[in-house]
Write a new protein. Structure first.
Length: 156
């Protein structure tokens, strides 16, 4: 089973698969099923066919629940995702290529098969050193915790 739902996030162009039906998804794009399996290699190939990407990157939300998001991000070499933050704790796993992940004045070089985690609401930016694919996961806060945050973020 493949579940795809697209939601604009962090100013990144996202796309919904054209063959997707509304069955299995709530109006806000939340996945209704509790289990989904993805062929990440195939997802990357399909994303490559969407070139050229606005701003040099492309994102596809693969899975969305009230407490969790999983997003495939494709980046052209030299592409920059300007400083932003996520409202939940994130993990950034590089599937292909390499990126510079900048946070709190430090640059962390990540290459294929490496992963970085970051706490909620911490500003960061990414730059692709070469064509890259990233799997972003976000542990989404509850609505109560989201509303209580000092600064509001994306995708509410």
């Amino acid at each position: 089973m493949k579940c795809i739902a697209a939601r604009p996030a962090n100013g990144i162009h996202t796309e919904e698969r054209s063959s997707m039906t509304t069955e299995g998804f709530a109006d806000d794009g939340t996945t209704l099923k509790d289990l989904a399996q993805f062929d990440l290699e195939q997802e990357m190939k399909e994303s490559e066919q969407k070139r050229p990407w606005p701003m040099g990157h492309f994102a596809k939300t693969l899975f969305k629940k009230s407490d969790f998001r999983m997003v495939l991000i494709m980046m052209d070499s030299g592409s920059l995702m300007k400083e932003h933050h996520a409202d939940g704790t994130i993990s950034v796993q590089v599937l292909k290529g390499s990126i510079d992940f900048r946070v709190r004045g430090e640059t962390h070089g990540l290459s294929a098969n490496s992963v970085l985690t970051l706490g909620a609401s911490i500003k960061h930016e990414l730059e692709a050193r070469e064509e890259s694919a990233i799997l972003l996961t976000i542990a989404w806060p509850s609505n109560e915790n989201l509303q209580a945050m000092k600064h509001r973020g994306y995708g509410t």
